[in-house]
Design a binder for this molecule. Structure first.
Ligand code: BDR
Ligand code: CA
Length: 317
């Protein structure tokens, strides 16, 4: 069984990523590292604890990551994040206060420990800023050659960004950290806007969860509907919401959902084109590029799998 760590700024689509990871067969979710992003670190950490409890996963530990970007000394939540994910990060759905607290070990040290313990069996899915993984690489550079795979949601290669013309939100939070990760020797898969914006969920699907009559089915339908409404109202997409973060989890387990282009990537982190993810022209002829960039997706098969897993899970909780 693969050992999986999610690194989340929980967030509605991060919440869907948790459900996918819990529901998928042959994966052992060994922990969640909390990040800042869609909301403050503490709110994101608490959201993950609440959702794990909702899904009956009280044995999955949550570790606190860093509270702000590597290039800053504070973090403020953007209004647009609150508009998209709700003031509480999970579509303003009110879930009970968690019975558990976060672990004492830091998220950064958990990464280092897990890399040494599980090596190639370890897969890491960052779906928020990559501040924590970059800090772990800086503290213990050896882990780059131990970890089996990192499949991150972030960036855009063939389409515009969603924050600026060139910047995607997760990369934009900490472009320097993203560059540290993308230029390391880690085996990486990039699941960016190129593919996530094509993978849409509608209220037809969420209605199926609500109809299950379970707590999880109801809560997930409500929080996802908030996100679908936000996509509509903000004019991001009138047809549904993008399955950014759960697509990264899906691709990490079944790479055949996407077609990829292998490249050495970098992230621009000076003022001009801040947070752009782009191929490194100085390495075009180097062998064995470290990043597989997803550029097309079999959205029908992915969506069918997504619905299959999540509906089964919500039936039981
Ligand atoms: C990414 O930004 C966050 O708001 C979402 O959770 C997703 O990870 C999309 O650009
Ligand atoms: Ca996210």
């Amino acid at each position: 069984k693969k050992k999986m760590i999610l690194d989340l700024d929980t967030g509605v689509d991060d919440a869907l990523a948790i459900a996918y990871a819990v529901a998928a067969p042959d994966v052992d979710l060994i922990g969640i590292v909390a990040s800042y992003g869609n909301n403050l670190l503490d709110v994101c950490a608490e959201n993950s604890l609440k959702l794990l409890e909702l899904l009956g996963q009280t044995d999955v530990p949550v570790y606190k990551g860093l509270p702000h970007a590597s290039t800053s000394d504070h973090f403020e939540v953007m209004q647009v994040s609150l508009d998209i994910h709700g003031n509480n990060g999970i579509g303003d759905v009110d879930l009970p206060k968690p019975q558990r607290a976060v672990e004492k070990l830091s998220g950064v040290d958990f990464y280092i420990q897990a890399a040494h313990q599980y090596g190639q069996d370890l897969i890491i899915i960052p779906t928020g800023p990559m501040t924590n993984l970059a800090a772990a690489l800086e503290k213990d550079p050896e882990i780059a050659d131990l970890i089996g795979n990192v499949t991150f949601m972030g960036g855009a290669l063939t389409v515009e960004g969603n924050v600026t013309d060139v910047a995607e939100a997760n990369i934009n939070q900490d472009a320097k950290a993203a560059n540290t990760v993308l230029t390391s020797s880690l085996p990486l898969t990039m699941v960016g806007l190129d593919v996530t914006l094509r993978t849409l969920l509608t209220k037809q699907e969420t209605a199926q969860w609500r109809a299950l009559g379970t707590k999880a089915g109801q809560a997930y339908a409500d929080l996802t509907d908030f996100y679908i409404d936000a996509y509509y109202n903000l004019g991001i997409d009138k047809n549904g919401c993008a399955l950014h973060d759960p697509l990264a989890v899906g691709v990490s387990l079944d790479p055949s959902f996407v077609q990829t282009l292998s490249l050495f990537m970098k992230v621009i982190y000076d003022d001009h084109n801040y947070a752009r993810t782009i191929g490194d022209k100085d390495k075009l002829n180097d062998p064995n590029p470290n990043v597989k960039v997803a550029i097309t997706v079999d959205k029908e098969r992915y969506l069918a799998t997504f619905m299959n897993y999540l509906t089964q899970l919500f039936k039981e909780h």
